[in-house]
Each structure stands twice: as C-alpha cells, then as structure tokens.
Write a protein that binds this ligand. Sequence first.
Ligand SMILES: [Fe+2]
Length: 388
Amino acid sequence: MMDSIQLEIRKFLAPEYVFGLDARLKAGNYCKRFGGRRILLVTDHGVMQTPWVKDVERSIEELGMEYTVYSSVSPNPRDFEVMAGAEQYLHEKCNMLVAVGGGSAIDCAKGIGIVTTNHSNILAFEGVDKIDKPMPPLICIPTTGGTAADVSQFAIINNYKERYKLAIVSKAVVPDVALIDPLVLTSMDGFLTACTGMDALTHAMEAFVSNASSAFTDLYALESIRLINENLLLSYQNPNDLQFRGKMMLASLYAGLAFSNASLGCVHSLAHSLGGYLDLPHGECNAILLPHVVDYNFDVATDRYTHIADILGIDVHNRTGKAVRDQLKKYLMELNHRLGIFETLNNLGVQSDTIPFLSDRAIKDPCNATNPKPPEKRDLEVIYSEAM
Ligand SMILES: [Fe+2]
C-alpha cells in the first residue's frame, strides 16, 4: 500500500544560512550587505573569553564599519538585560545587530531588536504573533550546537521578577542570516555539549510528533535524530573532532528548521517554567523531562514514536507499543547518564509543593498547543512528579 501524504496547508520558513568552517568570518561582509554602519554586537561573558568574538569584530572593522559590544547577558537572558541592550543600541545610534553566542545571547539580541523598533517593554510581546514592526537586521553566529535560535521563530526571555520564561513566537524574530561554523563548538565543555545536544534531540522529537508537523519538517526532524544518535556521544567524548562537531552542528540546524516550523510540545512548556523558576540550563531541564513526556504522549503518537525508536536503533519489530515505549524511555535515560546528566528534579531543588506553581506557569506556555496530546494542568503536575 502506498503511503498517503498530508494535504493540510503547511508553510516552511528559514533564514539564509551559511554552513561550514570559518563561516563566522563572513560576518563583516554580511553587515556591509545589510547597510551596517554601527553594529551592536551581542554576546556574553563566557563567549568573550573565546577567540570568536574578536574574529567577528575584526571582520567588521576590516570593512570600515564600527561596533559596540553588549555582553551583560546571563544564561536564561533576563528582561532587564534586553531593555539595557536596547538602550545601548539607541544611545549609540546602531543600525543593526550581530549576535555571537548560544541561545541566550541570540535570544537577547532578538529581544533588543524587537524593543528598538516597537518601543515597548519586552514583556509586552509574550505569545504568538505579537510583534507589529520588523526588527533591525540581525546576523547570528551560534556557538552552541543545540538551541538553533539562529534559525528559529522563537525568542525565550526570563521574566526575572516573576521567575518564569516567556516565549515570543513570531516570524519577525527569524534572523536575517545564520553563519553556522562548526569550529566554534570546540570551545564548549562536556556539560554544555551534553545539554545542548539533548536540547537538539528534544527539538527534533517534539517537532516530529507535533500536531503541526509537515512533510518538510519531518524530513529535517528525522535526519536530525539520525545524526544525533550517531554523533552526540562521540562529540562529547572527542570534543576537538571537527567531524563529530560538524555533524552535531548540522543536527542542531535541522532540528531548528523542524521545530521553528512545526513548533514544540510539553517538554518545552515544562522546561520553560522549571528553568525560569530555578534558573537552570535549558537543555538539562529538557533532558530530564523528555522520557516522561514520551510516556505521557506515547499512546496518541505510537507510530511516530516507533519510527523515532527505529532510527535510534531500538528493535521495534514484533514488539507491542508498550514495549517500544519502555525501550525508548530507557534509551533516553541511559543516554542522559552516558552524557553525565544524572539529576532528577528533586536534586535540582524542586519540592513537591512547588509543582502546582510550576504547572500553573507551564500550562500557559504556547508550546502546549502543538503537543500531540493536549495537556490539562493536572497532567503537567503528574509529569513533573514522575521526574522528581
Ligand atoms: Fe529548546
């Protein structure tokens, strides 16, 4: 029997992206092409210690443009950091943005861009399609292989006072160009490699089971899962091997293209609430929650999860759905352990009486809308409890 294709309307959006060794050195050329005069370079203190920021600064200077650096960006970038960056952008009369960093620096740069043209506090843009005016040109040079903020329609900002992460989802936050250079991944330590790799795997899996998936997003999601299965552990064990780093960078890009267009699911809504409340690494939250969300969703997306399990090398033939589900959960938990991720929510400081609060935040997250099984607040409480 022939497979049927999905005939519901779907679209696919991606920025221009340049992939390959030394892609970062093209930053100056691209700034010139966008009419850059004075550029706000957004990064963070950790990335400032690597050679990558200097390389980008040089490529801007060489073509006669000016820049000013904004590096007050925390992991899980805070609303007031976005506002301070926007003030610097306007005060210094910048006319475009370059972000060099992981998801935090890139999301902060997106936030700065939104605020400088829309003139409101960043908190006003929470939700889907809330941005009226396009932001200034933004070029991204990602330094982690996971978030794919450099190609996505998402920006995640921490509401610091209320201790939660808000998701801004809009076509307006897709960067203009992503310069994706595998060399820069060599500056990631083992823990960051593990967390960002698990973030990428979560993106690909959530996009593949999303109820907004399409033939286009499936293509990227499945190839991403295959690449991660073959290269994440090897890249963790051999941090300077550019083949493994390159394949993980590609996997992250593919997962990013998939989730930017198919959106995400409950792993991310739960992780946003958790990570915002306790200021935890995003990828670590996802890694811990993913097996439990597979458990919750499995019965409504059995075929899709079985397909994923098959790619991960799990024997799915002549096995019941329940057996495949258990094997898939086991695979994910073992992968976490092999990557040095041993925590449970309990160890990270979550107490059972915090769970209703976390679930209250998580149920409002836009990522729930595309989860294959629409959750109630009570379902989210159960998932958190199981990850304790
Ligand atoms: Fe993520």
